[in-house]
Design a protein. Structure first.
Length: 137
């Protein structure tokens, strides 16, 4: 999709992430699991290189949610959001699912899975700061 775009300098984040999420939903669809994926993105545009990094990162996150987050459940929800911070102008990317959550002993500084190493590496390339938080309430 990225290389078919007419404009490789200003790719709409929301359009691309919705297309990516739709493809992943088709790939991981199972009759016993209904997952709603929503993408909420302000009118933010990225050039090809950062968009590829963001797409790979989101691909890994959605894939992990489908594989692990909804074990033993009939439904789930994934939310992807991208906005611009009013004060700093920085992009704020948020990913969440309502699955089982990270293990209690999760330690980003400890031994990492290949997927987490991949996400960390992509975030560094984008100059994003990763933060993890457990759902509240």
């Amino acid at each position: 999709m990225l290389y078919d775009s007419d404009d490789l300098v200003g790719i709409r984040v929301g359009d691309y992430l919705r297309h990516l999420a739709c493809g992943l939903m088709s790939t991981y669809a199972r009759p016993e699991l209904a997952v709603e994926v929503s993408v909420d993105a302000e009118d933010i545009r990225l050039d090809l290189s950062p968009m590829v990094c963001l797409g790979l990162m989101v691909n890994e996150m959605i894939t992990n949610s489908f594989k692990y987050a909804f074990a033993g459940r009939a439904e789930g929800r994934i939310r992807v959001r991208m906005r611009r911070d009013d004060e700093s102008g920085d992009h704020v990317f948020t990913y969440s699912d309502d699955g089982i959550g990270l293990p209690e002993d999760f330690d980003r500084g400890g031994r990492k899975s290949l997927g987490m190493v991949f996400i960390d590496s992509l975030a560094r390339q984008l100059e994003y700061e990763l933060r993890f938080a457990a759902a509240t309430g």
